[in-house]
Design a protein around this ligand. Structure first.
Ligand code: AMP
Ligand code: MN
Ligand code: MN
Ligand code: MN
Length: 284
């Protein structure tokens, strides 16, 4: 069975609509999908409706990717299989939206101060549409305006930490995100531990802090992870008694990231889905 428990749609900074994303997941043979948009669950009902209307043979698990702050770094916590309508979760994500709006305005102010570009907030909001605004939308505006050639350059030149268009976000701590996910009945997963540009020593520190804050599992499989990294992550999961999750972190069609691709674990970890009665016996 293929589980892909981390991906994005136009409801945050992905480029496919929830319906297009679902169609692609089905095409790629994904059996169990979690849509994990940044700080919003807004796409989940749309995907579920599409599954029901067309009686598709794919199962949707509720998901979200919550932005948090730990040791002055942006750390992402994926929530899985929770009640998306739980009042504590609804309230938490409403606050995340406010933080994102205010940060986008601040980023816009900083970028406009360079006199290289105008109308950044409005332009980025138009690109985001009804989606949760993020730096990905601002990056697309910078590309459309001819300031940079691609997303990587937008971050490198303007949006990454320390660059002229960077504005710090007052994200809450990891524990608050873990708590709200668990309060809503779900599992809290440390997203892409290799994705923070941390040394091995710091990844271990992060894993220990995440576990101490009550976290349930970590992502030990992603489509681009090299075998030694998978070994390392699976080893950390085993060492610290964490479950293992798997997700592509798909944002848009490309040759390097694909839904459901290469999501295998390097070692005999306990997958997060074994907590879900329907999949209790599914190894990987
Ligand atoms: P935000 O949640 O708005 O702070 O934006 C974070 C998102 O921007 C990530 O989920 C990625 O999709 C993207 N991103 C972050 N850093 C980079 C980078 N250096 N290059 C390209 N995309 C990035
Ligand atoms: Mn993203
Ligand atoms: Mn992330
Ligand atoms: Mn993600």
């Amino acid at each position: 069975m293929i589980f892909d428990l981390h991906c994005h749609s136009t409801v945050s900074d992905g480029k496919l609509t929830p319906q297009e994303l679902l169609a692609r997941a089905v095409e790629r043979g994904v059996d169990v999908l979690a849509l994990t948009d940044h700080d919003t669950t807004g796409g989940i009902a749309l995907v579920q409706k599409e599954i029901d209307d067309n009686q598709l043979a794919i199962k949707l698990i509720s998901g979200v990717e919550i932005s948090t702050c730990w040791e002055n770094k942006d750390i992402h916590i994926v929530g899985l299989n929770f009640d998306k309508d739980h009042p504590a979760m609804v309230e938490y994500l409403a606050n995340q939206s406010v933080i994102r709006e205010e940060r986008a305005m601040e980023i816009a102010r900083r970028l406009e101060k360079t006199n290289l570009i105008e109308n950044v907030y409005q332009g980025s909001k138009e690109i985001a549409g009804e989606g949760q605004i993020g730096r990905g939308h601002i990056a697309r505006y910078l590309i459309n305006q001819g300031l940079v050639k691609d997303n990587a350059a937008a971050f490198k030149k303007f949006l990454a930490r320390g660059k002229v268009g960077y504005a710090p976000s007052p994200w809450l701590d990891m524990k608050s995100a873990i708590d709200v996910i668990q309060q809503a009945g779900g599992q809290a997963i440390l997203a892409h531990p290799m994705g923070y540009k941390l040394s091995g020593k710091w990844i271990r520190k992060l894993t220990i802090a995440f576990k101490a804050a009550g976290g349930d599992g970590l992502e030990a499989a992603g489509c681009q992870l090299a075998p030694p990294h998978r070994q390392h992550l699976a080893g950390l999961a085993l060492e610290y008694g964490l479950l293992a999750s798997a997700g592509s972190d798909f944002h848009f069609p490309s040759s390097w990231i694909e839904l459901g691709r290469n999501l295998y674990f390097a070692k005999d970890v306990t997958p997060v889905w074994t907590l879900w009665p329907e999949y209790a016996d599914v190894s990987y």
